[in-house]
Write a protein that binds this ligand. Structure first.
Ligand SMILES: [Zn+2]
Ligand SMILES: [Zn+2]
Length: 349
């Protein structure tokens, strides 16, 4: 089969690799129909994450059709349309039982093979999914591939981020960063009842989309964001700030915008060694800080039981579509935000 493999820093290769095989009776092989390129793939792409084996199939966002199910797989059979969270989960361990499926004791991240161990990814024609019954979710016919793909990662992550901010109707919130996850956070925060929601970024097209989703856009290159938020909160600051970027500067901005007793909900993947604010600043703000990887299986399953994915045009963030063969180009366009790219997907067959 063909797949996009990691060839080293900024090298994505369209390669002929061996087909995945069932290794356990609980595995399934899924024929991929759509795969996403995610902001976290760029950490690998730029060589900021070390340890990934060359030749690893990239990617962790996908929808597809079950091609082959192991003999112990009960919920899925050949031909079932499925979506998948970006990690596998067993459904039985302590963490799975409390809904923290991203910390499953047996879980693995798709698209991460290190020293020969781990799972290949989804930017590929087929993928092996371990613990298929508790990892995959059925994608019903009234949901598009695009919605299914976003439920497996960025929409669930945005929803988790808004959920952690403890949204209350009359309060004032800010989302820092209007990339794919930030825009999903805007939709989720509005859905959860945020009446006043500021969306902060520097790219006009992304701010325009945030406005479409119900936020008040603030362009950080044109206005003093802190002043704007203080002016709208009787000088107190926001009740909650959702930080989705993962940089030291955005985390510092988050605490600067927050009122005492407010919540920072951070889902940006941080690589800094230390916080960009001090324990003293946290104390003085009576800070509530929530962070971490989204338990995407838990959230996707929960959202599938509602009509939330149907109700909102979450798929509007997918601005670009490429074939698998155009993978290197797709990474470049997504990485450099060429042609106002927000989110790119690959059609794999
Ligand atoms: Zn992702
Ligand atoms: Zn588990």
């Amino acid at each position: 089969m063909y797949a996009l493999t990691f060839g080293g820093k900024e090298m994505i290769e369209y390669s002929n690799v061996s087909d995945p095989q069932l290794l356990q009776p609980t595995d399934a092989i899924v024929k991929i129909t759509m795969a996403g390129i995610c902001g976290s793939d760029l950490h690998v792409y730029h060589g900021r994450e070390t340890g990934l084996d060359h030749g690893t199939v990239m990617g962790h966002e996908f929808t597809g059709i079950v091609e082959e199910a192991g003999r112990d797989v009960r919920k899925f059979k050949k031909g079932t349309r499925v979506l998948s969270p970006f990690t596998t989960s067993c459904g039985e361990c302590f963490y799975c039982r409390i809904g923290l499926t991203c910390r499953c004791e047996k879980g693995n991240l798709f698209g991460w093979v290190e020293k020969g161990h781990g799972l290949h990814g989804a930017q590929s024609q087929y993928i092996r999914v371990p613990m298929a019954d508790s990892t995959l979710l059925p994608l019903s016919n009234d949901l598009s591939e695009r919605k299914g793909l976003l439920l497996g990662d960025v929409f669930s992550t945005g929803y988790f981020c808004a959920d952690n901010a403890g949204i209350k109707p009359s309060s004032v919130y800010a989302v820092i960063g209007c990339g794919p996850v930030g825009l999903m956070t805007v939709i989720a925060a509005k859905h959860l009842g945020a009446s006043t929601l500021f969306a902060i970024d520097t790219i006009p097209e992304r701010l325009a989309m945030a406005k479409n989703f119900g936020a008040v856009p603030l362009n950080a290159t044109l206005v003093n964001v802190k002043e704007e938020i203080l002016n709208n909160t009787h000088g107190r600051g926001a009740d909650g700030v959702m930080e989705v970027v993962g940089s030291s500067a955005t985390l510092k901005l988050a605490i600067d915008l927050l009122r005492p007793g407010g919540t920072i909900s951070s889902v940006g993947v941080h690589t800094a060694k230390h916080f960009s604010f001090s324990p003293g600043e946290a104390y003085d703000k009576n800070l509530i800080y929530k962070s971490g990887r989204c338990p995407a299986h838990y959230y996707a399953e929960k959202l599938l039981r509602t009509e939330v994915p149907q109700r909102y045009a979450i798929e509007d963030i997918i601005t670009h579509q490429f074939s698998l063969q155009q993978g290197a180009k797709a990474y470049e366009v997504f990485d450099k935000k060429l042609d106002n790219c927000i989110k790119a997907v690959l059609m794999t067959s």
